[in-house]
Design a protein around this ligand. Structure first.
Ligand code: ASP
Ligand code: MG
Length: 427
């Protein structure tokens, strides 16, 4: 097949569509790098819209007034559309009316249905953003909810790959993409067989780009970010960051697993399965090299630093001072899975077993309620989990100096420790 006939998938996150100037910049990138040639563009909610929608839902559910916040959200999108000279139009009004309806309903939604309702509300961020970007680019706006099929795991929909692949191929045949305008669709959202909206987990738009690329057998995915590529640490937290020019899928999956926030953890696997390279590039400097994540071999990489804040260390002791046994562990793991607390680090001694998880108070409460009879449980909150991947003596020294380590673990490649949150910059 001729090079230009191969599909590219671009993903633009919240920062790259945060205002009218950012969307104009997106337009230049698409014109100069993405076209001609078939192109599908995945867009996240603008700026901090997803957080704003979460806050709106909370207010509405608590029966508190939210009119001012809703008006702010509406004005924000309407102003961006106006600044881009897009005619004030019906679809925007229609979307906002839909959001209002969902918020009204939120007041009477039970706790048990709140996660489902979350998806119905929070997905509006992507609907609004894609509508504006598609209009600006004169692209084809595609509602991905009937195509990206998930189960009913609200807020973390699990993909039905077979149904999704069939639906996407039918909706987006390559001939149409070659001849037609670029397609703009939503990141982060999907839909159930019964037509309800789901979301794929916070920051899930990267995963959407990978789903589209996998199903449509794209030539590459490019994630446009406000950083120069895949770095060895988050420059907002660590000084002296280094960019990896290329890196393997395997290394990237591991970094994402440990919590590097640059790419959503689910993104890599589908791309690796079909050998589709993932390019991470800066929307501020689009001609710069960025990072190529693909099937490659490389020597030892510079150490990567990953920090997770707001961690909680939970330890379980058997009540009779029994040893921690496989039977005990089976019970603990089972409940952790049921309440959906993800283990980030674990360790056991003779009579106690400790896990580090994100601090999610409601889920932790459920965990305590289900296991308190069987175990004595202690927990600490406000902790930080640090991971150094490919560590060496200087990097270890740099990160641990002056910190009291509550728990530590070392493998050949990886050093991890939990400590009290200092909240200060490392430098
Ligand atoms: N808008 C969603 C979020 O903020 C998804 C994404 O940005 O990838 O989590
Ligand atoms: Mg985002």
């Amino acid at each position: 097949m001729h090079e230009s006939a191969q599909l590219k998938v671009y993903k633009f996150g919240g920062a790259s569509v945060k205002d009218a100037a950012a969307i104009r910049n997106l337009g230049r990138i698409v014109a100069e790098h993405g076209r001609p040639g078939p192109l599908v563009i995945v867009v996240s909610a603008m700026g901090k819209t997803t957080n704003a929608l979460e806050a709106l839902l909370q207010l509405a559910h608590a029966g508190q007034p939210y009119a001012a916040e809703l008006a702010e959200l509406r004005d924000f999108h309407a102003n961006v559309a106006a600044e881009l000279d897009l005619p004030a139009d019906e679809l925007l009004d229609e979307l906002l009316a839909g959001l209002q309806t969902q918020l009204t309903a939120a007041a009477t939604v039970s706790e048990a249905d709140l996660d489902r309702h979350y998806d119905q509300v929070v997905s509006f961020g992507e609907l609004l953003a894609t509508h504006i970007v598609a209009a600006f680019l004169r692209a084809r706006w595609l509602d991905c909810r009937p195509l990206i099929r998930t189960d009913e795991t609200w807020r973390e929909g699990r993909l039905d790959w077979v149904a999704t692949e069939a639906a996407l191929r039918a909706a987006l045949p390559l001939e149409d993409l070659v001849q037609g305008p670029p397609v703009v669709t939503q990141g982060f959202v999907g839909g159930t067989a019964s037509g309800l909206t789901t979301t794929l987990g916070r920051e899930g738009s990267d995963f959407t780009a990978a789903i589209l690329a996998y199903c449509l057998e794209a030539e590459s995915v490019t994630i446009w970010k406000d950083v120069a590529g895949l770095l060895n640490a988050d420059p907002k937290i660590f000084a002296d960051t280094v960019r990896y020019p290329e890196i393997s899928y395997q290394e990237t999956i591991e970094m994402a697993y440990y919590g590097a926030s640059v790419i959503h953890p689910k993104t890599i696997k589908p791309l690796a399965v079909r050998g589709i390279p993932l390019l991470v590039k800066s929307f501020l400097d689009p001609t710069a090299e960025g990072t190529r994540i693909h099937d490659c071999r490389h020597g030892l990489l510079v150490p990567a630093f990953i920090r997770k804040t707001d961690q909680c260390l939970v330890s379980f002791e058997s009540k009779e001072l029994d040893f921690i046994s496989e039977e005990n562990l089976e019970v603990i793991f089972g409940v952790l899975a049921q309440v959906r607390l993800k283990i980030r680090l674990m360790q056991n001694s003779a009579i106690s077993f400790s896990v580090c998880t994100d601090f999610l108070p409601a889920r932790l409460e459920q965990l305590l309620a289900r296991l308190r009879d069987q175990f004595t449980i202690h927990y600490n909150t406000g902790l930080e989990l640090y991971t150094i991947k490919n560590y060496d003596a200087p990097s270890l020294q740099r990160l641990t100096a002056g910190r009291e380590l509550l728990l530590e673990q070392r493998t050949r490649q990886t050093f991890q420790f939990v400590c009290r949150g200092a909240g200060e910059m490392e430098g």
